[in-house]
Design a binder for this molecule. Sequence first.
Ligand code: NAP
Length: 324
Amino acid sequence: MSEMRKETLVIVGSGPAAWTAAIYAARADLQPLVYEGSFSRTMVPGGQLMFTTEIENYPGFPEGVTGQKMMMDFKAQAERFGTRVVTEDIVRVDFAVRPFRLWSGGGSEVEARAVILATGANARWIGLPNEERLAQSGGGVSACAVCDGALPFFRDRVIAVVGGGDSAMEDALYMTKFASEVVVIHRRDELRASHIMQQRALESDRIRFEWNTIVTDVLGDDEITGLRLRDTLTGEERELEVGGLFVAIGHTPNTGFLGDQVKLKDNGYVATPVPWRTATSVAGVFAAGDVMDDYYRQAVSAAGTGCMAALEAERWLAHGADDD
Ligand code: NAP
């Protein structure tokens, strides 16, 4: 039997954008209901930060903080002001009706006058078992150089970066500050990155490129020690000693549950058509954090857009919600 909840504001997601939106909305007495997502093999409530090790670039934590602790504290702060939390995914929405309707993976249905989408994005991984194991154990495999690259672990080591786009070039350039050498491993002989990023990386004497090469295994028990590589032209396999691996092969925003109910950009991120606003193509539906941000993708910028979405939702509920 499905039960129907009637809510003012539903927030979907549980990263810094979602919890910041919840803190602001709860303090504005909107009594938000957060669907924080369920536990799956590749994702847990709390999102991508649950997989990062130490966060050193979020202001206010001079000694750093773990992603897990930060997300637990964000959630506790939202709950302190009355946010209610359901540990389920939203699997389907209908934004053509008012109030909006959302369905959870647990079989419940909820009505909401306003919705904030903050389901984030997942970094793409190559898909190798040892890559996943060492990424989860903090063994020197990461999908975010800006998050993890400055950790002592990566200093003065040979660091591999996989990918040929702007993220890979940015990660490679960033890692030149810490690594003894950076090796970019790209599956083709041509980069996808923008001209300027390519130029910077190609001109760096700290970066070398392995072209037409894919990673077929990540070596090391507790810590990464090397990579097994395959030449895509000759099929030849060999090993490369490295002390760290950054996988920079793109992100996938978590929008599957939205169907065609809200406009997405060409690259799949939720469109927020007005600059410096979080309003989506559907009045009353707002988007915050990595699900709409294909550019900054930082915890602090996600928190900022979460705040913006809550303020916009509050104003819309006060002035616009029942006008149309
Ligand atoms: P991207 O442009 O989609 O590039 C992904 C790269 O990873 C491509 O080179 C692709 O190879 C490679 N790749 C994909 N799947 C792979 C796999 N399974 N194994 C090996 N390689 C794989 O993603 P992105 O670099 O994250 O950039 C996303 C967007 O953000 C872009 O619009 C970018 O301009 C923007 N961005 C901008 C900046 C900046 O301006 N500073 C920084 C970061 C991101 P192929 O080339 O062969 O397809």
